[in-house]
Design a protein around this ligand. Structure first.
Ligand SMILES: *Cc1c(COP(=O)(O)O)cnc(C)c1O
Length: 474
C-alpha cells in the first residue's frame, strides 16, 4: 500500500480543469482550428499530465482551463515549425554544404514550383504522344554547354562517379594517381567508392609526383578505366608533378582505355570573366580528351543537387543501360529547376545577375564594406554596451571544394563581447536562436559576420531585432 498523498497537492490536483473544460475555452477553439481536434486534444492531455506531475512534485501551481489551452497551443506551434528552415549564411563560405550549397535562381525556383503543382512531361514525348526520356529535358543543353556528345543526370556527383565506375570498370582495374585518392568529406573516399562500385583500385605514382611512365606501366589487359580526380579540397604544393589531362588522354587513347575525369565542382563558364580565378571548365576538360567527365549541379554550377555524366556516346549508352541508373535518377522537381538553371548559361552577360552563386561569388569587397557601414550602427544599438561591433575586412571561401586555395576579399562585422570565450559562445548561440538563425564564424576571438551572402539587409535587421542577449551581456 502506498502512503496517502499530502492534503494540499490533492486539493491542487482537484483544482486542475478536465480535458473537456479545457477544450471549451476560447484558446482551445483557436488551437483546434489551426492544428486539428486530435492533435490539440492529445497535447492538452500531455500538458495536464505534466501539470499533475508538477503538482505532485510540489512545484506546480493550479492552472485554469485557458492556461492549459495556451500551453498546449504553444507546444503545437513549436512542433509545427519546420525543422529545415532558412538561415542567414554569414559564414563567408558561399557554397556551404551544411547550409544547402547553391541558392537557386528565381527562374529555377519557379520552374520547380510549377513541376510540383501540375502534371508534367517528365517522360512523355508531346509530339509523338508516347513515352519520352527524362534526360531529354537537359541532354541537349548539357551537350551544347560542354561540347560533349551525350549527357545524363543523376542524384549527385557521388552517384555519377559510382555509376561510371560500376558501368565501365566493373570487375576490372581503375588506375588513379596516389595524389588524387581524395576524401571529399563524410563517407566519400575515392578508394571506398571504388570498392563499392566493384572496381579494383590500382594506385600509381606517389603522393606528390606521378609521371606518364607510372600510368603506362600500370595499364594492362585488366584495365577498365584511367581515372583522374580533381583534388577539390586540398592542393599539394612544392615538389610536385601531375600528368596533365591532355597528356593523360593521349596515354589512355594509345592504350585503348577510356579516360574518366571526375571534375567535382565543375564549371560551365570561364570564372575569370566574372573576376574570379580561372577553373578548368567542363568544356575544356572534354576538349582535352576526357572520354567521360562527371561534376556536381549544386556547386559552382549554382543549380539543384544533381550529378552529371557527359562524354562519349557509346560509353553513355552503356551507363544508361546499367540497372543502377534507375536507383540514382532525379525527380521532376529538380529536373525542372535544373533545366531552368542551365538555360541561364545561354546568356553569359546576365548570368551573374540571375544566378545567385555567381552573383555572390562576384561581389566586390566594396559592396560588403558599404553594407557593414550601414549595419554596424543598428547592430551596435541592439547589442548594447557589452559587445563591440567593428566593421573589418575578411576573406570568403567558395566552399564545397571548389578552388580550395582561392579566397575572396570580403568585408564583415566582428562582434566581440566582454568576457571572452564563454560570452562569445553564448552570443553565437543567441544569434543561432533567432527566428531566422544567423550563422557566423569564429575568428580571432570574435564572431565574424561575413556580409558577402547577405542580400536582404532589411530582413536581416528585422530578424536581428528579436535577439535576446545572453545573461552576462544584457
Ligand atoms: C564534391 C565532389 C564529389 C561529390 O559530389 P556531390 O555532388 O557532393 O555528390 C565528387 N568528387 C569530387 C572531386 C568532388 O569535389
Amino acid at each position: 500500500m502506498s502512503a496517502p498523498e499530502p492534503q494540499a497537492p490533492t486539493a491542487a490536483l482537484r483544482a486542475l480543469p478536465s480535458v473537456d473544460q479545457v477544450l471549451k475555452s476560447a484558446t482551445a477553439r483557436a488551437g483546434i482550428d489551426r492544428h486539428g481536434r486530435e492533435p490539440f486534444t492529445a497535447t492538452v492531455r500531455r500538458v495536464l499530465d505534466e501539470a499533475r506531475a508538477a503538482v505532485r512534485a510540489g512545484a506546480g501551481h493550479p492552472s485554469g482551463a485557458d492556461d492549459i489551452a495556451e500551453a498546449a497551443l504553444s507546444k503545437l506551434e513549436i512542433d509545427a515549425a519546420p525543422s529545415l528552415r532558412p538561415v542567414f549564411n554569414l559564414t563567408g563560405t558561399v557554397l556551404h554544404t551544411n547550409l544547402g550549397r547553391a541558392i537557386l535562381a528565381e527562374e529555377a525556383a519557379e520552374a520547380a514550383l510549377a513541376a510540383m503543382r501540375q502534371a508534367v512531361t517528365l517522360e512523355y514525348d508531346i509530339a509523338e504522344g508516347g513515352r519520352g526520356e527524362r534526360d531529354d529535358h537537359v541532354r541537349g543543353l548539357l551537350c551544347e554547354l560542354t561540347g560533349a556528345e551525350d549527357a545524363t543526370v543523376v542524384n549527385n556527383n557521388a552517384a555519377a562517379v559510382l555509376l561510371v565506375l560500376n558501368t565501365l570498370a566493373l570487375g576490372k582495374e581503375s588506375i588513379v594517381s596516389r595524389g588524387e585518392l581524395i576524401e571529399i568529406g563524410g563517407a566519400f573516399r575515392m578508394p571506398n567508392i571504388m570498392a563499392r562500385a566493384g572496381t579494383k583500385l590500382v594506385e600509381v605514382g606517389t603522393t606528390n609526383r606521378t609521371h606518364p611512365k607510372d600510368y603506362l606501366g600500370a595499364i594492362g589487359p585488366d584495365t577498365g578505366l584511367v581515372v583522374k580526380v580533381h583534388t577539390s579540397n586540398y592542393r599539394i604544393e612544392g615538389f610536385t608533378k601531375e600528368v596533365e589531362p591532355r597528356e593523360l588522354a593521349a596515354i589512355a587513347r594509345e592504350k585503348g582505355v577510356p579516360l574518366f575525369h571526375d571534375l567535382g565542382s565543375g564549371t560551365l563558364c570561364d570564372l575569370a570573366r566574372y573576376g574570379l580565378v580561372h577553373e578548368p571548365t567542363v568544356r575544356e576538360t572534354v576538349a582535352d580528351g576526357a572520354d567521360i567527365v562527371t561534376f556536381s549541379g549544386d556547386k559552382l554550377l549554382g543549380g539543384p543537387q544533381t550529378g552529371f555524366i557527359v562524354g562519349r556516346r557509346d560509353l553513355l549508352a552503356a551507363i544508361n543501360k546499367n540497372p543502377m541508373k534507375r536507383a540514382l535518377r532525379v525527380d521532376k522537381i529538380r529536373l525542372a529547376a535544373l533545366e531552368a538553371t542551365l538555360k541561364l548559361y545561354g546568356d553569359p552577360d546576365r548570368l551573374a545577375a540571375r544566378l545567385p552563386t555567381l552573383r555572390l561569388l562576384a561581389r566586390k569587397a566594396g559592396e560588403m564594406e558599404a553594407a557593414a557601414g550601414r549595419l554596424a550602427p543598428p547592430l551596435q544599438a541592439k547589442l548594447g554596451p557589452h559587445v563591440t561591433v567593428t566593421p573589418r575586412p575578411c576573406r570568403s571561401q567558395i566552399g564545397s571544394g571548389a578552388l580550395p586555395t582561392a579566397t575572396l576579399e570580403s568585408f564583415g562585422l566582428a562582434l566581440r563581447p566582454e568576457g571572452g570565450g564563454h560570452a562569445l559562445d553564448a552570443l553565437a548561440r543567441a544569434l543561432r536562436a533567432l527566428p531566422v538563425p544567423v550563422i557566423g564564424r569564429m575568428e580571432d576571438g570574435a564572431l565574424v559576420l561575413d556580409l558577402r551572402c547577405l542580400e536582404d539587409e532589411a530582413g536581416f535587421l528585422a530578424a536581428f531585432a528579436a535577439l535576446e542577449l545572453p545573461d552576462g551581456l544584457a
